[in-house]
Design a protein around this ligand. Structure first.
Ligand code: GDP
Ligand code: MG
Length: 440
């Protein structure tokens, strides 16, 4: 597979103390073949190889102390870039309900994903979705959605299979308004292939419901076909995002790599299994890691990145040691960590996290994090630098300014003190063992 081939190639170059243009050229030949073999669209491959080559023979790599690793880092960055940034946001209509149309070929996973998405909307965003059974052709399609609705304990709107999908969609939205649903998820019919009938019907539904999102559901296992399907749906219907399903299977990764580049539409979510909680935001960076073969290579890349950001890491380490780490630093760190994605997902990514008991089920409350940010932002700069001056009068003001409570302010101050203590211990450990690890 793609991962194997790329890893072999990486293996050859990783330890090199000196990388010549010829090395890069040879490596790019291999990368090119590996990508083409994995069904990545040839234009995409061509651009990709060009970009990586340019960067690899550039200053950035040649001047580095570890050029082999730097090339790998470039490959990973460009793979990530190819798949776009993280894009798991979902539209919110100015006037409720937000309408989402789920489209795609038969068997792609539309119905299942409709259930998963409803689950995610409720769980993560506290929304109240209405599921709509608008696939009147596939036998038992309505029943399938109703079963999912029962499992989720969510209502499913259906008018049987004798009413047109357009009419079903229309009435569903009326119903949603009456019952104060804020999201309407329309599960539409698919065909085995893209055809005019299908597109005609989908266009009619689109016209009538004016959806805020049209999510194209594609099966990642179908490789280049998935890309072609994505292209024609997008051309004819104008999708707003792609959901790749069956990424839990043994896919070659080619689809994920080309879809974004070919359609210029973001991959928003990834289906990772048949269960209703198996839908995740799509993380291009993680997909790139997966394609390059997680463990070993990822560690290397992390090291490479530490090299690049060594200035910043050093600065932080210094701060820890001298205990001059302030709430400003804390806020900055928090922002950086948050920009990586939902916290519970990040925690799962930490090396060795799967070995720590209980950590897998950890639920991080995003709301709590927002409160922490608000509290820090309500401090004066003097307070951020010297939290010990925060008297009870100041606490009251901060709580009021941040819309939180004195208890929350107290808790944060206490946690911050504890964190500083812990950092001191950790930086002591790092000094002794020179172990690598997270920046804090
Ligand atoms: P639809 O025809 O597009 O509505 O597809 P369905 O939702 O009926 O799904 C077709 C099959 O794919 C079902 O057996 C699903 O359980 C399965 N499926 C959907 N998403 C995933 C996924 O992310 N991973 C795995 N392993 N199976 C999935
Ligand atoms: Mg279906």
């Amino acid at each position: 597979g793609l991962a194997d081939r790329l890893q072999n190639t990486m293996q050859k170059i990783r330890g090199k103390g000196k990388v010549t243009e010829a090395d890069v050229k040879e490596m790019m030949r291999e990368v090119r073949l590996a990508l083409l073999e994995a069904d990545v669209n040839f234009k995409v491959v061509k651009n990709f190889v060009k970009k990586v080559s340019e960067r690899s023979v550039g200053q950035e790599v040649m001047k580095s102390l570890t050029p082999g690793q730097q090339v790998i880092k470039v490959v990973k960055e460009e793979l990530t870039e190819l798949m776009g940034g993280e894009q798991s946001q979902i539209a919110v209509a100015k006037r409720s309900p937000t309408v989402i149309m789920m489209v795609g070929l038969q068997g792609a996973g539309k119905t299942t994903t409709t259930g998963k998405l409803a689950n995610l909307l409720r769980k993560r965003y506290n929304r109240k979705p209405l599921l709509v059974a608008a696939d009147i052709y596939r036998p038992a399609a309505i029943k399938q959605l109703e079963t999912l609705g029962k499992q989720l304990n969510m209502p499913v709107f259906s008018l049987g299979d004798q009413v047109s999908p357009v009419e079903i969609a229309k009435q569903a939205i009326e119903q949603a308004k009456a019952d104060h649903h804020d999201y309407v998820l329309i599960d539409t019919a698919g065909r085995l292939h893209v055809d005019e009938d299908l597109m005609g019907e989908l266009k009619d539904i689109k016209e009538l419901t004016n959806p805020d999102e049209i999510f194209l559901v594609v099966d990642a296992m179908t490789g280049q076909d998935a890309v072609n399907v994505a292209q024609s749906f997008n051309d004819q219907l104008g999708v707003t995002g792609v959901i790749l399903t069956k990424l839990d299977g043994d896919t070659r990764g080619g689809a994920a790599l080309s879809i974004r580049a070919v359609t210029e539409k973001p991959i928003k979510f990834a289906g990772m299994g048949e269960k209703l909680d198996a839908l995740e935001p799509f993380h291009p960076e993680r997909m790139a890691s997966r394609i390059l073969g997680m463990g070993d290579v990822l560690t290397l890349i992390e090291k490479a990145q530490t090299n690049v950001d060594s200035e910043k890491a050093k600065e932080l380490e210094q701060k820890m040691r001298t205990m001059s780490f302030t709430f400003d630093d804390f806020l900055e760190q928090l922002g950086q960590v948050r920009s990586m994605g939902p916290l519970d997902e990040i925690i799962k990514m930490l090396p060795g996290a799967n070995k720590i008991k209980g950590l897998n089920n950890v639920q991080v409350d995003e709301k709590q994090i927002s409160h922490i940010e608000a509290i820090i932002q309500s401090m004066t700069s003097e307070e951020k630098q010297h939290p010990e001056i925060i008297s009870s009068g100041r606490k009251k003001r901060i709580a009021k300014g941040s819309g939180t409570s004195i208890q929350e302010v107290n808790r944060l101050l206490k946690q911050f003190e504890e964190m500083k203590k812990m950092m001191k211990q950790m930086s002591g450990m790092q000094q002794k063992g020179k172990k690598k690890g997270m920046p804090f």
